[in-house]
Design a protein. Structure first.
Ligand SMILES: C[S@@+](CC[C@H](N)C(=O)[O-])C[C@H]1O[C@@H](n2cnc3c(N)ncnc32)[C@H](O)[C@@H]1O
Length: 239
């Protein structure tokens, strides 16, 4: 049975309101690989983390077809659907076969994956001998997702350190963004928790909750700086 993504229901608002990652993060990650032929952005969503400017080709995959339909069109980025029913071999084949990928990014998505399967694909598909795995992701509220709650400190990460976080010690970053309470609430409405609850008939952002937020914020139009916490881990495939 094909598993659907909790993001299927919120694709349009996700694209409209989720803050974009700073460009310099992509430059930093791409500077860690000597080849720039192919990158894989796993759990790409609308492709905002696809490092298109830095690699000749980017394969951007997601379990959610509705999300992929919102993919930012870019000549170097190819969006491909990867339902959970695909085997490891099938995913590796989609990634142009073994030893082909120079960089892998998994942004705000690793906690949704079957991690041993993802790592195994990473090892088969990483370009060798200079194979690289780079993972980065940011944290928003994700109730029920253990690794995110633990700020990815307990995420198994069986890759060689390249000086940008390592197992148990992600690099902590911040993404400050100016926004009104109205926008902040729209961002929250794209979270998997809100979407999943809605699918089950529970509406989390009720009028009362919204009112409480607006009062605490100081008015719905007041612009405040919201600091999104980010945790980054990068590593290379062990020889
Ligand atoms: C929070 S979104 C992050 C999207 C994008 N990487 C970003 O940073 O904006 C998580 C994405 O992971 C996708 N996803 C969840 N489970 C997945 C899986 N097992 N395989 C591939 N994608 C998955 C969801 O459909 C969703 O698009």
């Amino acid at each position: 049975m094909t598993m659907h993504s909790p993001y299927d229901m919120v694709t349009k608002s996700y694209v409209a309101v989720r803050p974009q990652y700073p460009d310099q993060w992509f430059s930093k990650l791409s500077a860690l690989t000597s080849c720039h032929a192919l990158a894989w952005d796993a759990g790409t969503g609308n492709g905002q983390a696809a490092v298109a400017e830095h690699y000749e080709r980017v394969i951007a995959t997601d379990i959610s077809e509705p999300m992929l339909k919102q993919g930012i069109p870019r000549p170097r980025v190819q969006y491909l659907h990867t339902p959970s029913s695909l085997s490891e071999d099938e995913v590796v084949a989609m990634l142009r076969g073994e030893n082909s990928v120079d960089l892998i990014t998994v942004a705000t998505a690793i906690h949704w994956f079957d991690i041993p399967k993802l790592y195994s694909i990473a090892k088969w598909s990483s370009a060798s001998p200079e194979g690289r795995l780079r993972e980065f992701y940011r944290l928003y509220s994700k109730p029920g997702v253990q690794y995110a709650f633990e700020e990815y400190r307990n995420l198994p990460f069986a890759f060689e350190s390249v000086g940008l976080g390592c197992e148990g010690q992600p690099v902590e970053l911040e993404m400050p963004r100016e926004m009104s309470c109205e926008t902040f609430l729209r961002v929250q409405s794209t979270s998997s928790a809100v979407a999943t609850a809605k699918q089950n008939g529970v509406y989390l952002l009720t009028d009362d909750v919204v009112k409480e937020f607006k009062t605490a914020w100081g008015g719905s139009e007041l612009v405040r700086t919201v600091k999104f916490k980010v945790f980054m881990l990068a590593g290379s495939v062990k020889a």
